[in-house]
Write a protein of this length. Structure first.
Length: 160
């Protein structure tokens, strides 16, 4: 069942790349006590994700924070090494926390997984964006497979 507005974010352990290598981070670490703009996408280094989705949040990070967002988080079903390399390649810096959900624990618990096995990608994430306030979803947008219409940083800015 897909997560909805008003639901609590599910508990899940994920990873981030640190200066010392992969490090653990929990959904509680990410969302407790903060207003977070979070977006999920099918995969690092993929066409739309690299050309439009992630760059939109990097480019609009200051505008989102000016509207009350404490943190911007990208979650993808990749490992921490891939997420770290993608962050470097995209010039993310400190603007977006790049979170690796390598085993798809978070997206499965939130009901946001997408089976892309027919294309050879396995289980991935749907393309989504949400606002989470102190662990509770207050806004949720999910794009139809193959589209990029509802989940951009610009759409999120317009709704804040």
């Amino acid at each position: 069942m897909t997560i909805n507005v008003g639901d609590k974010i599910p508990a899940a352990d994920m990873n981030i790349m640190t200066a010392d290598g992969p490090g653990g981070i929990s959904s509680d670490d990410i969302f407790t006590g903060k207003k977070v703009a979070v977006f999920g996408l099918p995969g690092a280094f993929t066409r739309t994700c690299s050309a439009r989705h992630l760059p939109g949040f990097v480019d609009n990070a200051e505008a989102l924070k000016a509207k009350g967002i404490d943190a911007i988080v990208c979650i993808s079903v990749n490992d921490a090494f891939v997420m770290g390399a993608w962050a470097k390649a995209q010039g993310v810096g400190d603007s977006v926390l790049m979170v690796a959900d390598g085993s798809a624990k978070f997206v499965k618990a939130a009901g946001l997984e997408a089976d892309m096995s027919a294309k050879g990608f396995g289980v991935r994430s749907q393309r989504y964006s949400m606002i989470v306030e102190d662990g509770t979803v207050t806004s949720l947008n999910i794009d139809e497979p193959g589209t990029f219409e509802k989940t951009s940083a610009e759409v999120m800015l317009g709704a804040l």
